[in-house]
Design a protein around this ligand. Structure first.
Ligand SMILES: Cc1cc2nc3c(=O)[nH]c(=O)nc-3n(C[C@H](O)[C@H](O)[C@H](O)COP(=O)(O)OP(=O)(O)OC[C@H]3O[C@@H](n4cnc5c(N)ncnc54)[C@H](O)[C@@H]3O)c2cc1C
Length: 416
């Protein structure tokens, strides 16, 4: 069923009781052309673009819990394309363009809200760096505005302009950045993929791979063996664990990233704001809650819950940036497991096992990558070739030394 004003009116007349479920609950078939492990945004987007762009629909997405139960349903929803280096920026620029047409593409309201992303800077050196980053973004066709201190004050007068230690020097604004509702993105891709015949199989954990003569033949799951021509992994914080089942050791560490939300407040934030002297980012949800986060917890873990020292660390950075946040009451906090690569950039590539492909290493920032990641991973699965926007996201870069070390995006091994 297509969603439209007319379908809402028609269903209103029958007490909203006749909506079809948004997707089916099929039993797994014995064999698929493509199996995607992981029913987060990346896995579902891959399934959708496999069907939409390549006509491949004999596809199953296998999810150990429910769709969106991983980081796709736990993130702080920030969407942006404000990268510096050439391997990254074209990919995120493509992603932002896909975001801008996503609701029409999926026929689903993902609550895309382009209220802008402002990165604050606090020294001349940082200001110069942001000028260079803004120029790089513009060279790749993105929007970027360098703001001086007074322009930042006009944009967000509640920030701490009296801080003697870390005075606000200016900021880099990407007006087309913003937020989107994370669950809606999952549901929109799921519904769209299902409508093309993709099987979305929940409560189905992959427990092993069947590999014969160096080629993947299928996966062992909690619901039995399922055969596949090709298998793609899109399991975020579990990437290293799942890859290990295929005998692969990846340059990835799993770490908890926490997020926080306050009680609902009247509209106060003009958009997303990030602090330049500590890791802190904040936006305001459509319900009014201030949604914020900061650093990863400084140890490896597969437990999706955080620890108190990091709570204190994040609150401290928030108070330094905008002291008024101290008046807001935090309602909830949660954690997700982030798959951190050692250069902060992702991997979309084939693996040494024939027919087994990898989409992972999204670190802090894979939500905004969801459309472009699905697009590029589907391209790789369908054609065997890397998509032009994702050619730099190779697995062997860690062996060859061609790393994509984007400052401030990664695991920063020196801080471990
Ligand atoms: C607190 C927090 C805040 C964040 N904020 C932002 C942000 O503001 N902006 C941004 O761009 N990014 C952000 N991120 C990062 C972003 O959420 C992730 O990079 C992105 O959601 C990854 O999507 P995914 O589909 O790859 O992973 P997930 O959504 O985690 O999906 C992977 C799925 O694989 C499933 N799975 C795992 N193992 C198996 C198995 N063996 N068998 C079957 N299924 C399996 C999991 O259950 C999970 O549902 C944040 C992350 C966190 C934790």
């Amino acid at each position: 069923m297509r969603y439209s004003g007319l379908s809402i009116l028609r269903n209103a007349l029958s007490g909203q009781k006749n909506w079809a479920p948004a997707w089916r609950e099929p039993a797994p078939k014995p064999q698929y052309d493509v199996i995607i492990i992981g029913g987060g945004g990346h896995g579902l987007a891959t399934a959708w673009y496999l069907a939409r762009n390549h006509g491949i629909t004999n596809v199953a997405v296998l999810e150990r819990g429910y769709l969106g139960s991983g980081n796709s349903g736990r993130n702080t929803t920030i969407v942006r394309a404000n990268y510096h280096i050439a391997g990254n920026e074209p990919f995120y620029a493509h992603s932002l363009k896909l975001w801008e047409g996503l609701e029409q593409d999926l026929n689903y309201n993902v609550m895309m809200s382009q209220r802008g992303v402002l990165n604050l800077c606090h020294s001349d050196g940082q200001f110069d760096f942001y000028a260079r980053r803004g120029n790089a973004m513009r060279l790749h066709g993105e929007d970027a505005e360098l703001l001086d201190r007074e322009a930042v004050r006009a944009h967000a007068p509640f920030l701490n302009f009296r801080d003697e230690r870390f005075p606000i020097r200016g900021g880099l604004l990407q007006p087309r950045g913003g937020t989107a509702r994370h669950d809606a993105v999952v549901w929109g891709y799921a519904r769209a993929a299902d409508s093309r015949g993709v099987d979305l199989i929940q409560n189905c954990e992959v427990t092993g791979f069947r590999i014969e003569n160096g080629r993947v033949r299928g996966v062992e799951t909690t619901r039995g063996y399922i055969g596949a021509g090709k298998v793609g992994m899109a399991v975020a914080g579990r990437t290293s664990q799942v890859a290990q089942m295929a005998g692969l050791r990846l340059p990835i560490e799993s770490q908890v990233l926490q997020a926080f939300v306050t009680e609902g407040l009247k509209p106060v934030l003009p958009g997303v704001i990030t602090y330049g002297m500590g890791h802190f980012y904040i936006s305001q949800s459509d319900k009014g809650g201030l949604v914020f986060g900061g650093d990863i917890d400084f140890y490896n873990s597969y437990a999706a819950r955080g620890n108190l020292p990091m709570v204190e660390h994040v609150m401290e950075a928030g108070m330094a940036m905008m002291p008024m946040i101290g008046r807001a009451r935090v309602l909830r906090s949660w954690g997700g497991i982030a798959d951190m690569t050692m250069d902060g950039s992702p991997i979309i590539d084939r693996t040494p096992v024939d027919g087994l492909f990898l989409d992972g290493g999204w670190c802090y920032g894979g939500f905004k990558a969801t459309p472009a990641s699905g697009w590029a991973f589907a391209h790789l699965l369908a054609t065997g070739e890397s998509h032009e926007t994702a050619r730099a996201f190779r697995l062997d870069r860690f062996a060859t030394g061609h790393v994509l070390d984007e400052e401030g995006t990664g695991a920063q091994p020196n801080r471990h």
